[in-house]
Design a protein around this ligand. Structure first.
Ligand code: PEP
Ligand code: CO
Length: 461
C-alpha cells in the first residue's frame, strides 16, 4: 500500500533511481553485456518470496516493541568460492548458537538474519588501489565484491564483469537452496548435540570468575533445552522450526532492480533478491540513487548510520523511506565506533524519538572500530566491539529507547582476523588464518563469547 502512494507522489518505479546520482556506481565497459545480464536476472525466479518478507517485517515490528530481538550476522564479503557446504553450515551453526544464548539472556524470541545468500557487493573508500604487479607499481580498480569483479590484483580480475551479477544470483540461489534443505531436514533439531554445544570456553584463558559465569550460562541454556524436550513433541517441533532470513547491502542497483517485481495478491513492489536489503554508510544520501530505489520497495530496509549523521538528516531519511509509518519497515543500524558512540548516539536517538517515526534500533559495533596493526593489517579489537555495544545499551537506557538488534561480521570458521576475546589472536597471530577479502570478522569462539557477554550484560550477571 505504501509504495502505491510513493509511486503516486513522485513517480517511483524500479528504475527511477537511474535519474539520481549513484554513489559507488560501477563503471562497466560493455553496456550490451549489462543489458543481457539485466534481462537474464529479470527472467529468473525470485530468490525469496513476499510472504517471507512480510513475515520478517512483522518480526521487526515486534522487535521495535521490545518483544523480540534481531540477530544479524555473517561475512563482510561473501565470495563465490565460499559457496561450500561446510562454510554455509558453520555460519548457520554459529548464528543458531548465538541466538540460543541471546534468547536465554533476553527472555525474548530472536530472529536470525544472515549476511548471506547475496552479500557479494562491496562499497570501497577508494575506487582504485595501488599495488605491485610484475615488479611495477600500478593502479587498478578496487575490488567491489564478487558480484562486480575479482579480488586478485591483476587487470583482468579487477575489470567489472556484468555476467558476475548472474553468477552471484546463481550462487545466492545455491546457498539458499542448501539452507532451506538443511532447515527442512532438521538441521536445528534439538537432538543434534553438535549444534547445541556451547562449550567454547573450555580451552580459553579466562579468569575463574568469567569461566564460572560462562559455565553457569551454558548450563542454564542446556537446562532450558532439556526442559523443552521434556515438554514433548510439540514444543520440540516448534523449536526445530528455526528460521533464517537473508540480508545483504543493496549496493548494486542494477542487480536489485532487475529482481524487483509486483507479486500476485499483494500491493506494491518487492525486491526479491533478499528479505532485508540495507543501505550502506556510503550510499545513504537523501537525494541519491539508493534512497530513491529503497523508498519504493515493500521490504523492510536497513540503513547504516555512522558518526557523520545528524539527527535531522536521520529523521528525514526515515520519513523518506517510510512515509506511511509502517511498523517493522526501517531498521537503523548504528555504527559509530567505541570512541564516538558516547557523544553521538544520544542526539540521534532523541531526535528520532521526538519525531515519532517508528524504527528499530540496531547496533553494528564492527564498522566504526576498524584499526590497522603496526604491520598494516586491518583488524578490530574484541574489547572495542564489546565497548560500543555496552555503551549503546547504556545510552538507550538513558534516553528511554531500546536496542532491538545487533549486526555483526562473523564466521563459523576458526579465522584470525579480529584480535582479543578470551582465546582470540593477538596482533602477531593474525597471519595464521586471515581469510576475509574485506573487513575482519569475529571467529567462532569470539562470536559465541560476544553473545555470552551481551546476554550477561542484559541480564545483569
Ligand atoms: C558493511 O556492512 O560491510 C559495510 C561496508 O558497512 P558500512 O556501510 O557501515 O561501512
Ligand atoms: Co564490512
Amino acid at each position: 500500500m505504501r509504495s502505491e502512494s510513493a509511486e503516486q507522489q513522485s513517480e517511483w518505479s524500479p528504475e527511477s533511481w537511474r535519474s539520481r546520482l549513484e554513489a559507488q556506481q560501477v563503471r562497466y565497459e560493455d553496456r550490451d553485456a549489462v543489458e543481457r545480464a539485466r534481462e537474464k536476472l529479470a527472467s529468473l525466479p525470485p530468490l525469496v518470496t513476499s510472504y517471507e518478507i512480510e513475515r520478517l517485517k512483522d518480526e521487526i515490528a515486534q522487535a521495535q516493541q521490545g518483544k523480540r530481538f534481531i540477530l544479524q550476522g555473517g561475512d563482510c564479503a561473501e565470495t563465490l568460492a565460499d559457496c561450500r557446504p561446510e562454510v554455509i553450515t558453520a555460519k548457520l551453526k554459529i548464528l543458531l548458537q548465538m541466538s540460543l544464548v541471546l534468547i536465554h539472556g533476553l527472555r525474548r524470541p530472536v530472529t536470525r538474519v544472515g549476511r548471506f545468500a547475496g552479500q557479494y557487493a562491496k562499497p570501497r573508500s577508494s575506487p582504485t588501489e595501488k599495488g605491485v604487479l610484475g615488479g611495477h607499481e600500478i593502479e587498478l580498480p578496487s575490488y567491489f565484491g564478487d558480484l562486480v569483479n575479482a579480488a586478485d590484483f591483476d587487470p583482468d580480475a579487477r575489470r567489472p564483469d556484468p555476467h558476475l551479477m548472474v553468477r552471484g544470483y546463481q550462487h545466492a540461489a545455491m546457498t539458499l537452496n542448501f539452507i532451506r534443505s538443511l532447515l527442512d531436514g532438521g538441521f536445528a533439531d534439538i537432538h543434534h548435540p553438535d549444534h547445541w554445544d556451547l562449550r567454547f570456553m573450555e580451552h580459553a584463558g579466562l579468569t575463574p570468575e568469567r569461566r564460572a559465569q560462562y559455565e553457569r550460562m551454558r548450563d542454564t541454556v542446556a537446562d532450558g533445552l532439556r526442559f523443552m524436550e521434556a515438554l514433548g513433541e510439540q514444543k520440540v517441533e516448534e523449536l526445530s522450526r528455526v528460521e533464517f532470513f537473508t540480508s545483504h547491502e543493496g549496493l548494486n542497483l542494477l542487480y536489485e532492480s532487475a529482481q524487483t517485481r509486483r507479486v500476485p495478491r499483494r500491493e506494491g513492489w518487492y525486491c526479491l533478491t533478499t528479505h532485508l536489503p540495507w543501505i550502506g554508510e556510503r550510499t545513504r544520501q537523501i537525494d541519491g540513487a539508493h534512497v530513491e530505489f529503497f523508498r519504493g520497495i515493500e521490504n523492510p530496509v536497513g540503513v547504516k548510520i555512522g558518526p557523520t549523521a545528524d539527527p535531522e538528516g536521520v529523521v528525514e531519511l526515515v520519513r523518506t523511506l517510510n512515509p506511511g509509518k509502517q511498523p517493522g519497515k526501517v531498521m537503523l543500524i548504528v555504527r559509530m565506533g567505541a570512541a564516538h558512540v558516547g557523544e553521538r548516539l544520544a542526539p540521534i536517538l532523541e531526535g528520532v524519538a521526538a519525531s515519532g517515526e517508528p524504527v528499530l534500533w540496531a547496533s553494528d559495533p564492527m564498522h566504526g572500530n576498524g584499526i590497522k596493526t603496526q604491520a598494516g593489517i586491518k583488524t578490530r579489537d574484541f574489547d572495542d566491539i564489546l565497548a560500543e555495544l555496552e555503551q549503546s545499551l547504556d545510552i538507550h537506557d538513558r534516553v528511554g529507547t531500546h536496542l532491538g538488534g545487533v549486526h555483526f561480521e562473523l564466521t563459523g570458521e576458526d579465522v584470525t582476523e579480529c584480535v582479543g576475546g578470551s582465546s582470540g589472536p593477538g596482533e602477531d597471530d593474525l597471519h595464521e588464518n586471515y581469510a576475509s577479502p574485506c573487513d575482519p570478522r569475529l571467529n567462532y569462539q569470539q562470536s559465541l563469547e560476544l553473545a555470552f557477554r551481551l546476554a550477561g550484560r542484559i541480564r545483569g550477571i
